[in-house]
Design a protein around this ligand. Structure first.
Ligand code: CTP
Length: 399
């Protein structure tokens, strides 16, 4: 079932750590190889000797273990796996992950890894239900981290409720599901995201407002359906998802070049808020205040990337999806935009300040295709992304 898969198993400090020994056995029985990492708190519950005896290999414990650093640096360790599993994932480990701390081996590996991560949380009910933990959980999910459990039941601390770590068999099933081939397996999809920054001089730029949240969620949703995702992103606030090929750009010209070199693809989703103009001759030195008055900026039009790629005679992706961020006459403008840009679909949304969509976590979109307009109810940007990814998979004949 998991033949040839390499699992980096991080065992956190919780009473459920003993179950991780059984998980190691089950993973090995399923054909996976396991590299174990034990946190300092984890050693209070299981010994390094028992973990390495079960795994049949050395257990990694210290960030500054020089022998290990020589054999295999922590960066390499974090990337040599097909999946990182954290079981038990304590409230503390989740908080560190959500905030990007790296002050021990486990948190450093989790920050340095570019492989997908699966958490099996385990903690006291109140800790699990605490707003801080739920906030961290939601941040981690936005980052594409997968979660199995926790289950409800009697806990070692005598309380009852959610917080028990999922059973080894459930964790094994979640791991197996992760490796199941999605419907978009073998398909290559391009996603553009974020704003572009158009330099005025080395310290100033003009840009569009965009957090990159919607683009990131779309890339993650397509990845989850098994697609190979090329994620061309401007300087966004939201980090790119794990498990996609990230091409970071600054300006519209750089984005256009990156998009062209990502071709051929089966579908292109253009969620970036590209600046329509750039400063014609950006200064390579900082503009100084002068007595002669204000600087005059002369603008030049940027290439319309969506339009250019939609009109390619050779190499046009079979499905081109654009976005239309409008503040008024949304349907009318977006319908006209679909025809003008030559793309197949337009995902239209109302970004007028009253909607709170720009920079918020929700979106209310209308999908405009050749067949007409279909309004989706207002929902989380992650759900919009999943629905759109499924529509793309259906359109490509993969679902
Ligand atoms: N787009 C693009 N390249 C540009 C401008 C926009 O690829 N230079 C793409 C966006 O990624 C989005 C779509 O075109 O998918 C529509 O972007 P939008 O800003 O709404 O449209 P504009 O063409 O800029 O039209 P207008 O500003 O006139 O509404």
């Amino acid at each position: 079932m998991l033949a040839g898969k390499r699992i980096l198993l991080i065992i956190g400090g919780g009473i459920a750590a003993y179950k991780s020994l059984e998980l190691i056995r089950r993973l090995q029985d399923a054909g996976a190889s396991v590299v174990p990492v034990l946190t300092r708190a984890g050693t209070e519950f299981v010994t390094p000797l028992s973990v390495s005896a079960f795994a049949g290999v050395k257990v990694h414990q210290d960030l500054f273990d020089l022998t290990s650093e020589a054999e295999m640096g922590h960066i390499q360790l974090s990337r040599s796996a097909d999946l990182v599993v954290v079981a038990p994932a304590t409230a503390d480990l989740m908080a560190k992950m959500a905030r990007g701390h790296a002050n021990d081996l486990a948190s450093t590996l989790l920050l340095a890894t570019d492989t997908p991560v699966l958490l099996a949380p385990a903690m006291n009910v109140r800790m699990w239900e605490h707003k801080a933990t739920q906030r961290n959980l939601s941040l981690l999910k936005q980052d594409g981290v997968k979660v199995v459990g926790p289950n409800e039941g009697n806990m070692a601390c005598g309380e009852f409720g959610p917080g028990r770590m999922a059973e080894p068999q459930e964790i094994l099933t979640a791991i197996a599901n992760h490796f199941k081939q999605g419907p978009l397996q073998g398909r290559r999809v391009l996603v553009t995201s974020g704003p572009t920054h158009e330099p005025i001089d080395p310290v100033r730029y003009i840009a569009n407002r965009s957090s990159g949240a919607q683009g990131s969620s779309i890339a993650a949703a397509l990845r989850d359906l098994g697609a190979e995702v090329i994620f061309v992103t401007g300087p966004a606030e939201v980090p790119p998802p794990q498990g996609v090929t990230v091409v970071a750009v600054q300006s519209a010209l750089e984005m256009e070049a990156a998009v062209k070199s990502a071709l051929p693809v089966d579908a292109g989703v253009f969620a970036a808020a590209v600046a329509d103009w750039r400063v014609a001759s950006a200064s390579d030195q900082k503009l100084k205040k002068s007595k002669d008055g204000l600087p005059e900026l002369v603008f030049k039009e940027n290439p319309d990337i969506l339009k250019t790629i939609s009109h390619l005679e050779e190499g046009r992706p079979p499905l081109m999806v654009g976005f239309a961020a409008e503040t008024n006459d949304v349907l009318e403008n977006a319908t006209a935009k679909r025809l003008r840009k030559g793309c197949d679909w337009i995902v239209a949304n109302d970004v007028s300040p009253a909607t709170g969509i720009m920079g918020g976590s929700e979106n209310a979109v209308t999908l405009i295709t050749e067949g007409g307009a279909e309004s989706w109810p207002r929902m989380d940007k992650v759900e919009v992304a999943q629905k759109l990814a499924e529509r793309i998979a259906t359109e490509l004949g993969a679902l």
